[in-house]
Design a protein around this ligand. Structure first.
Ligand SMILES: C[S@@+](CC[C@H](N)C(=O)[O-])C[C@H]1O[C@@H](n2cnc3c(N)ncnc32)[C@H](O)[C@@H]1O
Length: 454
């Protein structure tokens, strides 16, 4: 059959999900990506993009639904860029994530003999996020607080209730929207560089019940925003902190260059793994507290610490892994590029009475070789890099250190596969991989891999 053309209507069966969560079907070998397709669906679709090797199509009709197709509970599903898998039954989401990890490791990493452990499902498939960031925008002359429409960065949906956050956070979002409207507060216009409100970020200590509202605005208008903060505290008495972050930069980034405290403290507390963490507006903290605790439990188990070891925590962020492991070993060195995260890690160590951690600021590829040159040796290395994975120089430095055990925490199976492939070629054995579902309803995949020197 000739290659399908743009505008063609096709009948196909979805047989897989792609990395980003789109359904994948085939018509005489021609691959078609279909947003909203579920493996097992028999669909009629219309091709809106036809490249030589693959095309993209929109669903015209679901002729026979997959047994894994479910009704998405969120009214914004399909338009909102936040969740992409609400229409897939949770067990099928878990199977998809497990398969992605296996496919990446086998095909991209050329890795064979390892144990792929059953994915750790989230006990809360909804309402699990302890942090959400919303954009303040103007649509049809009225202020809206919400999330960007999928693939439309110029359109913001007015989200009345987000199912990924708790009821308390939804109350704060709603309370703030009402205040913005009642007080006719202006909305920042990126084109003109005018207007006050830009973003609002909500946080909640899931174990402490403390909530935080971070209003990101273009000017330090404490006079107008102070009373808003007071009203939010009335609307939700658990509100421990309302801060104002100010940024004059045009770029669409919800991080301020100066912070003003409007109500309460400048941070909230969260407990995880028996420790208490102070989390401020711009601190990194794992967004799913319950699953982060399980993820770190897997890391701790993978390290097999007897008490006398030196451990390196590469890409240590605000130090959660370092601080949890410090209780089980002699010393931990954390390496992290973001100065603010290092400061949080130091503060959190102090707050928990932990004295056997050193946090070093800088890129792993620069700091790790220096540490090795200074004579630091480590039996165990934990690494939790960003999506891009290891820099080749960082991987080289790690090989020179040659720890007995290596625990790799990854949020991107493709770079995990690439880096594990390299480590195996350098003499490591991949023992097991444990996927952990940190982000139900989204295609994001987290996994822990344990390696030992062969
Ligand atoms: C996935 S997070 C790790 C979070 C950490 N495990 C925690 O729970 O707080 C990755 C971290 O790597 C840091 N990072 C990114 N590139 C880096 C580099 N080249 N060298 C050191 N740290 C880096 C980021 O700032 C971020 O904090």
């Amino acid at each position: 059959m000739a290659k399908p053309r743009r505008g063609d209507s096709l009948a196909l069966t979805i047989d897989d999900l792609a990395f980003g969560g789109e359904g994948v079907g085939r018509v005489d070998g021609y691959v078609v990506f279909v947003r909203g397709g579920v493996p097992g669906d028999r669909l009629r679709v219309k091709l809106y993009e036809a490249r030589s090797r693959f095309g993209r199509a929109a669903i015209e009709a679901v002729e026979a639904p997959s047994p894994d197709r479910v009704e998405a509970p969120c009214p914004y599903f399909g338009r909102c860029g936040g969740c992409r898998l609400q229409h897939v039954a949770y067990p099928a989401q878990l199977a998809f994530k497990t398969k992605q990890v296996r496919d990446c490791l086998e095909r991209l990493g050329g890795l064979g003999a390892f144990e792929l452990r059953p994915i750790l499902a989230a006990p809360e498939p909804y309402g699990y996020r302890n942090k959400m960031e919303f954009t303040v925008a103007e649509e049809a002359g009225a202020p809206v607080l919400g999330l960007h429409q999928a693939d439309r960065y110029d359109v913001v949906l007015d989200i009345e209730r987000c199912l990924l956050q708790s009821d308390a956070m939804n109350r704060l979002l709603d309370g703030l929207r009402r205040e913005v409207r009642a007080r006719a507060l202006s909305v920042y216009d990126q084109g003109r560089g005018q207007g006050l409100l830009r973003f609002v970020s909500l946080r909640e200590g899931r174990r402490t019940g403390e909530t935080m509202v971070n209003i990101v605005a273009s000017t330090p208008d404490v006079e107008r925003l102070g009373p808003v903060a007071e009203r939010l505290r009335e609307c939700l008495p658990g509100t421990a902190s309302v801060v104002l972050n100010v940024t004059a930069k045009k770029a669409s980034v919800a991080v301020g260059t100066e912070e003003h405290l409007l109500v309460g403290r400048d941070h909230i507390r969260e407990s995880l793994g028996g420790l208490t963490f102070q989390v401020s507006a711009n601190s990194f903290f794992q967004t799913n507290t319950v699953q982060a605790e399980r993820l770190f439990g897997v890391v701790e188990q993978a390290c097999v610490l007897a008490g006398g070891e030196t451990v390196l925590d590469l890409y240590s962020g605000t130090g959660a892994i370092s601080l949890l492991l410090a209780r089980r070993c002699r010393w931990v060195y954390g390496i992290e590029v973001a100065a603010a995260a290092v400061a949080d890690a130091v503060r959190n160590a102090r707050a928990n009475g932990i004295e056997n951690c050193t946090f070093l600021e800088g890129e792993v590829r620069h700091v790790l070789p220096t540490l090795v040159r200074d004579g630091v040796r480590a039996e165990v290395v934990v690494a939790d890099p960003p999506r891009a994975g290891f820099h080749p120089k960082a991987l080289q430095a790690l090989a020179a250190l040659a720890p007995a055990r290596l625990v790799y925490v990854s949020c991107n199976p493709a770079t995990l596969a690439r880096d594990l492939g390299d480590l195996v070629r350098q003499g490591y054995r991949l023992e097991w991989v444990q996927p952990v579902d940190m982000f139900p309803q989204t295609p994001h995949i987290e996994a822990v891999a344990r390696l030992s020197r062969a």
